[in-house]
Design a protein around this ligand. Structure first.
Ligand SMILES: NC(=O)c1ccc[n+]([C@@H]2O[C@H](COP(=O)([O-])OP(=O)(O)OC[C@H]3O[C@@H](n4cnc5c(N)ncnc54)[C@H](O)[C@@H]3O)[C@@H](O)[C@H]2O)c1
Length: 392
């Protein structure tokens, strides 16, 4: 429960659609650091749902009114990316911090205009690259960065040539591989609308992954090359100024029956793997745990199945849920307990940041860096060449 000495920060959610209903509204309602006090949406039915489900009484269809409300201290902006700059500009003028869903903008010029507004006003802004706040990612990041910065060889490393090994400048340099398995039959109609999402998944989704590559590698992206089949599949390579390489491979003709995300990091003779934020594994890093499994979030309808959690636990629960979907004819039954992707922690940690009690969670400059890689990838795929970051 919130303590009397520390009132919760009062948030309004602007855009109370699918993601907000699944994450931000319940997360704010449950938070010990933040409080849900107001909702804004053009859709009256969504507002009624917010009133019924979370007891919100301050309801509006006009975001100007919501931002001006003196009882609102901070904004969570979860409209689709058609609406970003005007809301952020209004919040900046009112001096109110903003948590904004990804992508930060549909186009480069809007993104830079947002960055300018945020810098000029000095408001804290956090972009919803939520995976940085997942317990699995935080643990993996800590292990990997510590190993990169203070590497220790494991006792059994096969050092065939010993002191006769050639000295290579790239010795120890990190590489990160990201594999995304998706099923495009599940996508919402608006993602195919060019006015809504003009550059497809490389902009509306891939920022999550370029941000993670930048964050894990702690390096400055320099150039990008990408191939895509159209909208569904792409392979992107990012080269960093200090030599690191990251690859992101997305296959959207995949299946929900297998985890969406696999991250593999290699550097300084060590490996860190994160399977869908369900478990992490390491090798070659003295003192690091070989395997850690993480608790699932959401109601677990199959506590007796896959109770060892981790990748295989999730697969067992997902198979059980898929069988229910078939038996009941309700496709939504296939969704079982899920990994913690950090949505709730992102908002709580943003409150700490706003209060000066925690680090920047995912600020505008980091988000712009991640999105520039995405825009460079779009251009590379179109022009069939490496694109340098300064070109976008
Ligand atoms: N971080 C994640 O994991 C994650 C996951 C899914 C979606 N998203 C992002 O979240 C955003 C929202 O996605 P969604 O699936 O919830 O979309 P959605 O269409 O279900 O919801 C958007 C809501 O915004 C409302 N809206 C539109 N214009 C408005 C305005 N002027 N004022 C107030 N409300 C307005 C709509 O009525 C709708 O209810 C997208 O940008 C998407 O990329 C992020």
């Amino acid at each position: 429960m919130p303590t009397a000495s520390r009132p919760r920060m009062r948030f309004a959610v602007i855009g109370c659609g699918m993601l907000a209903q699944a994450q931000h509204l319940p997360n704010l309602s449950r938070s010990h650091k933040a409080e849900l006090v107001a909702c804004c949406d053009l859709d009256r039915a969504s507002l009624d749902h917010c009133a019924r489900t979370w007891g919100v009484t301050r309801l509006s269809q006009d975001y100007h009114q919501t931002i001006a409300d003196p009882d609102v201290e901070a904004i969570c902006l979860a409209t689709t990316e058609r609406l970003r700059l005007p809301v952020i500009a209004a919040a900046a003028a009112a001096g109110k911090p903003v948590y904004v869903e990804k992508p930060l903008a549909r186009e480069l010029d809007e993104m830079y205009a947002i960055q300018k507004q945020v810098h000029a006003s000095g408001i804290p802004l956090c972009v919803g690259f939520n995976r940085r706040n997942s317990p699995a990612m935080i643990a993996a990041h800590r292990i990997f960065r510590q190993h990169m910065e203070q590497p220790k060889s494991c006792a059994w490393r096969f050092d065939r040539e010993g002191s006769g090994r050639p000295r290579l400048a790239e010795d120890g340099t990190a590489v990160m591989s990201v594999r995304i398995n998706d099923d495009w039959y599940s996508w919402k109609g608006w993602v195919f609308d060019k006015e809504h999402a003009p550059h497809g998944p490389m902009v509306f989704e891939m920022g999550h992954f370029t941000d993670l590559c930048n964050w894990f590698l702690q390096a400055e992206p320099e150039e990008v090359v990408a191939a895509e089949t159209g909208m569904l599949n792409h392979a992107v390579t990012i080269r960093y100024r200090t030599g690191e390489i990251a690859t992101i491979t997305t296959g959207s003709n995949g299946s929900f029956g297998y985890p969406k995300e696999l991250y593999e990091l290699m550097g300084q003779g060590g490996v860190v793997v994160i399977d869908h934020m369900l478990e992490l594994r390491t090798a070659g890093i003295p003192g690091a745990p070989e395997q850690v499994v993480f608790p699932l979030v959401g109601a677990d309808r199959h506590p007796d199945v896959g109770s060892d959690l981790g990748l295989f636990g999730w697969l067992a629960k997902t198979r059980a849920a898929a069988a229910e979907a078939v038996a009941t004819g309700d496709p939504m039954r296939q969704f079982a307990a899920a990994p913690d992707k950090g949505h709730a922690a992102a908002l709580d940690r943003f409150v700490d940041e706003i209060r000066g009690e925690g680090p920047t969670v995912c600020g505008v400059d980091d988000a712009v860096r991640a999105m520039r890689v995405c825009f460079a990838a779009v251009r590379s795929a179109r022009e069939h060449r490496w694109v340098r970051l300064e070109e976008v």
